[in-house]
Design a protein around this ligand. Structure first.
Ligand SMILES: Cc1cc2nc3c(=O)[nH]c(=O)nc-3n(C[C@H](O)[C@H](O)[C@H](O)COP(=O)(O)OP(=O)(O)OC[C@H]3O[C@@H](n4cnc5c(N)ncnc54)[C@H](O)[C@@H]3O)c2cc1C
Length: 387
């Protein structure tokens, strides 16, 4: 029997949607299957900040490439995607953080990312709601914001225009060896299968080095012009990205609607979507310490979502060494909205056998499979926590 599909993508979050679009664009016959619909999961819970990050050279390469791809797509995105090139302001509280601003500028500049250093006066002029006395900021004008579920829906529509098919409301219970088995007992075959299930990827492959990392977001009523850029504290690099323990950081986004999206928190070890009111209060206190008047804004909704975290803070993109038919596109933690497009590009290049735009090697799942078969994934996270 011939394979009816070249590729089956399991998961229609923004990463699966980007993979499907890129595969269909390579001329591959593509099916997307999702337990629910398009753009659910973490994609519906995410902040939609398209951001270049430089925790590591590999993270910089993936986020930079993705930001360029989003920039190239911007003109054709429908208005409901709410894409806006707001730019990021990495806010420095003191002189020590200004040194980080200058270090970051050198690194970004070497990667071809234009930035601007703002002193205290320019920062206050750019964002009058910020508390007085901050030292300055790094402005990254090419960073953007968008509405993630609408972006995922757009990518799926593009994939379908290129011939892909979408199968919603079908939970996959097994995927591998060229077969995808659904909860209703039916199965489909394909030459290659892409596990793009986000934090749910481990349900299909329990040995994956992925842990759920819960995050809270709060959205306010409409206050147009309250802030103008995505505002992130530079301390974010120290606190929010530490691997162990819960943390909060000042991270605020102006929405096109005039609403203000307030984040963010990170917690391991939580499996349910309930609000942690203690952590939420700490998150809001952190925001208020930068934006003193933010506490007066009316809250509309608070929610949580689950990031898929890996021990080395890089996603798992590429072939799963144990199964030649299986690829992974998961583990994007807090950057999957940003990095979805470059992930799709890498996955499609691997399947089509073409050279990718950026080296695939740093993201290959095989990096976690040593002789002991990644014996204890918990151990990997514990080692990383001591970094
Ligand atoms: C609070 C918060 C804020 C964030 N902010 C940002 C941000 O500003 N910028 C950024 O770049 N990223 C951000 N992220 C991260 C980003 O949201 C995720 O990395 C991204 O959405 C992951 O997309 P995904 O497609 O891999 O997974 P998901 O969006 O979770 O999609 C997975 C899909 O797989 C489906 N699925 C799962 N299991 C199965 C199965 N067995 N069978 C069939 N289907 C299945 C699900 O239904 C779902 O639709 C944030 C995340 C959180 C939680």
């Amino acid at each position: 029997m011939t394979d009816p599909y070249d590729v089956i993508v399991v998961g229609a979050g923004i990463v699966g949607a980007a993979c499907a679009r890129a595969c269909a664009a390579q001329g591959l016959t593509t099916l997307v299957v999702d337990a629910a619909g398009v753009g659910g999961g973490a994609t519906a819970a995410g902040m939609g900040h398209i951001v270049v990050m430089d925790d590591s050279p590999a993270q910089l390469a993936l986020t930079r490439r993705s930001q360029q791809l989003w920039g190239a797509l911007a003109a054709e995105l429908p208005s409901k995607v709410e894409f806006e090139p707001r730019g990021t302001l990495w806010v420095a509280a003191d002189e020590e953080e200004m040194q980080e601003v200058r270090r970051k500028q050198v690194v970004y500049s070497a990667a071809g990312v234009r930035t601007e250093v703002l002193d205290a006066h320019s920062l206050a002029a750019a964002e009058p709601q910020l508390r007085p006395g901050l030292a300055g900021a790094l402005l990254v004008p090419s960073d953007a914001v968008l509405y993630p579920p609408a972006a995922a829906a757009y990518l799926i529509h593009q994939a379908m225009d290129l011939g892909a098919r979408m199968l919603p409301s079908q939970r996959v219970v097994a995927a591998g060896r060229g077969q995808v088995r659904m909860e209703d007992g039916s199965s489909l075959s394909a030459s290659r299968i892409v596990n793009a299930c986000g934090a749910g990827a481990i349900s299909l492959l329990p040995e994956l080095p992925i842990r759920k990392r819960r995050g809270h977001l709060l959205i306010t009523d409409r206050y147009p012009g309250f802030v103008h850029h995505q505002l992130v504290e530079l301390g974010y690099l120290k606190s929010a990205h530490s691997v162990a323990g819960a943390s909060v950081a000042f991270n605020v986004q102006p929405r096109q609607t005039g609403q203000v999206l307030i984040g963010s928190s990170r917690e391991f070890g939580e499996e349910d979507a309930a609000i942690n009111h203690t952590l939420l209060a700490a998150m809001l206190r952190r925001a208020q310490s930068y934006l003193p008047r933010i506490g007066a804004l009316k809250t509309i909704r608070v929610w949580t979502g689950f990031r898929a975290a890996t021990p080395d803070k890089l996603p798992l993109i590429g072939p799963w060494p144990d199964d030649p038919s299986l690829l992974l596109a998961t583990g994007h933690e807090g950057l999957g909205i940003t990095t979805s497009l470059a992930t799709g590009e890498l996955v499609a290049a691997e399947i089509a056998g073409v050279k990718p735009e950026i080296p695939a090697q740093p993201y290959l799942p095989a990096r976690f499979l040593d002789g002991s078969r990644a014996a204890s994934q918990q151990g990997l996270f514990e080692e990383a926590a001591h970094d």
